[in-house]
Design a protein around this ligand. Structure first.
Ligand code: 13P
Length: 258
């Protein structure tokens, strides 16, 4: 079933203490505002740094609809990969979600479509829900190549999955030019791309799978603009960076469905 989701990507921010504080504030918000009673009945995921993951996962374990996730995983199950973290470890930390292919991983760490396909595979094998990120850079949009770019990212990263596995994936459309820039895609631009993504999922997997896929928007989404973005038919919520670091802003975004 297609689900509304608000996810916070903390990126490389917050000390352990600050992270615990933030997750406990969000937990308090959810206690006072049960997610199933809010408009859209959103699920909420906190994508924390690895250091925070086990404690945040334990902290939110009893909160209905509130989950933890990791921002990355390695392609291999285990072994001599100093400094890396496996999908199995993430699962064992009590987290059920993992971000795959964030544009910062693609650009700063050179993650290719092929690597991201492997990460998706190992995540699913370890019962993690992949949140697969896609999105074009500004030059690609200006050259009107953005649909092609996103299509290729999805084809190479995901469209080799079986329908059963694909149905476990959440997609986040994050135009790179909107990430951390304060420039947001307009609701119309977001809707246009989300509808396109849903249409290519329908071509590949059929209308029912496409209809049931959650497609989130990310890129300078905040407490002021979330409502307008989430009101769009094919925008099923948001992947939030900067504005997820303040409990008050993030809580407002969680309440932004209409
Ligand atoms: P900002 O919300 O800070 O633009 O970041 C978006 C993002 O990259 C979420 O993954």
């Amino acid at each position: 079933m297609r689900k509304k989701i608000v996810a916070g990507n903390w990126k490389m921010n917050l000390t352990l203490e600050e992270g615990k504080q933030l997750s406990s504030e969000i937990k308090d918000f959810v206690r006072q505002n049960p997610l199933q009673n809010l408009k859209g009945q959103p699920g909420v995921i906190l994508f924390t740094p690895f250091i925070h993951l086990a404690s945040v996962a334990a902290d939110v374990a009893e909160s209905e609809g509130l989950e933890a996730g990791a921002q990355n995983c390695h392609t291999e199950e285990k072994g001599a990969y100093t400094g890396e973290t496996s999908a199995m470890m993430i699962q064992s930390a009590g987290a059920g979600n993992v971000l795959i292919g964030h544009s910062e991983r693609r650009s700063y760490f050179g993650e290719t479509d092929e690597v991201l396909a492997k990460k998706t595979e190992i995540a699913l094998k370890n019962n993690l829900r992949p949140m697969f990120c896609c999105g074009e850079v500004l030059e690609e949009r200006n050259a009107e190549n953005h649909f092609q770019v996103v299509k290729k990212q999805l084809e190479k990263g995901l469209f080799w999955l079986s329908p059963v596995d694909f149905a476990k994936v959440v997609i986040a459309y994050e135009p790179v030019w909107a990430i951390g820039t304060g420039v947001t895609a307009s609701p119309g631009q977001a809707q246009e791309m989300h509808a396109y993504i849903r249409s290519i999922i329908a071509e590949k997997y059929g209308d029912i799978v496409a209809h049931n896929t959650s497609i989130l928007y990310g890129g300078s989404c905040n407490a002021q603009n979330a409502e307008e973005l989430f009101a769009k038919e094919d925008v099923d919520g948001g992947l939030i960076g900067g504005a997820s670091l303040k409990a008050a802003d993030f809580s407002t975004i969680i309440k932004s469905f209409s």
